[in-house]
Design a protein. Structure first.
Length: 310
């Protein structure tokens, strides 16, 4: 995939609201297969589109990228074939020791591209319109309910004053949307929730509905009510847990969540289907490159059982 192809693909992913990490080689010491300016996109399933190095470098880039998708933080990744003892990495950088690297040092800038959290709004009332208008300045992507999928939605706000409320609430709860809010008085809201048809009685799901929606800030106008709802969405949003894979993750027992250790070289490998792996005696082993996979296949009992987390 050429650099223009990578840029075109990145634009398509942005339009489709698909999260990815943009990896760009900013420095390459010989001998390396990658050159400064080479680019790749890493998707959430571990797929790598483009080129930032051979299989060993790619494995390290994949593992680090998947750890960053949750946090949304950028990272300067330095991959070296020899250990470099010294001061700890400064914030925003990680040095990864990859013993199977063919040679040379690579520095790759990793930039997560995560779509703005989606807020789906049901209704055409002053409050609904105010939520749609105020969401963008707060970093949210707001859209009328029914015009977009609920997959990955951060919130659903029902502000229709009695129109189609039950169906929208049931759909939002079934989709597992983190925040579901109903704009209604407490008395009317309780009757709406009681009328919901949910699986297994739905008592726990009903309790997930924020009703009346919004924090109690003494709101009076439609805009103030919308502000209180968005403030509650911010307060309830899941906190990112993603972290760069530690520089010492190649040490046995130090694998990060969603990763395993290559039993041959000890490198950290993302445990996704696109990573090289081999099943032996009912145990799945993960590898940074084909060389380690072949070495293991030749003598499986010579290597320890891999450590995996997540």
């Amino acid at each position: 995939m050429s650099r223009p192809d990578v840029q075109e693909r990145a634009g398509a992913l942005r339009r489709d609201r698909v999260p990815f990490v943009h990896a760009r080689v900013v420095r390459a010491e010989r001998p390396t297969s990658a050159k400064a300016g080479d680019e790749a996109l890493i998707l959430a399933d571990g797929t790598v589109e483009g080129f930032v190095g051979g299989t060993c470098a790619e494995s390290t880039v994949r593992a680090q990228s998947l750890a960053l998708l949750d946090s949304g933080e950028t990272l300067l990744l330095r991959i070296t074939p020899v250990e470099e003892p010294g001061d700890p990495d400064p914030p925003g950088t990680v040095t990864a020791y990859n013993p199977c690297l063919s040679g040379g040092v690579l520095e790759i800038f990793l930039e997560p591209v995560v779509p703005a959290p989606l807020v789906a709004v049901h209704g055409d009332t002053p409050i609904a319109r105010a939520v749609l208008a105020l969401s963008s300045p707060l970093g949210y992507h707001a859209a009328p309910f029914g015009t977009t999928t609920l997959d990955g939605a951060a919130a659903v706000v029902v502000a229709s004053h009695g129109r189609g409320e039950e169906d929208v609430l049931a759909a939002a709860l079934a989709a597992g949307v983190p925040y579901v809010g109903l704009v209604a008085s407490r008395k009317r809201g309780e009757s709406v929730l009681a009328a919901l048809t949910l699986e297994d009685g739905g008592g726990a799901d009903r309790a997930r509905v924020h009703m009346p929606a919004g924090l109690d800030i003494g709101a009076r106008t439609a805009e103030e009510v919308a502000l209180s709802i968005l403030a509650e969405i911010v307060a309830c949003r899941p906190r990112p847990s993603g972290r760069p894979v530690a520089a010492d993750a190649g040490v046995a027992g130090a694998a990060a969540p969603g990763t395993a250790l290559d039993p041959v070289c000890g490198m950290t490998v993302a445990t996704v289907e696109t990573s090289l792996h081999l099943d032996d005696d009912g145990v799945r082993h993960w590898f940074c490159g084909s060389g380690c996979l072949r070495a293991f296949a030749d003598a499986p009992t010579a290597y320890p059982v891999p450590v995996r987390h997540g």
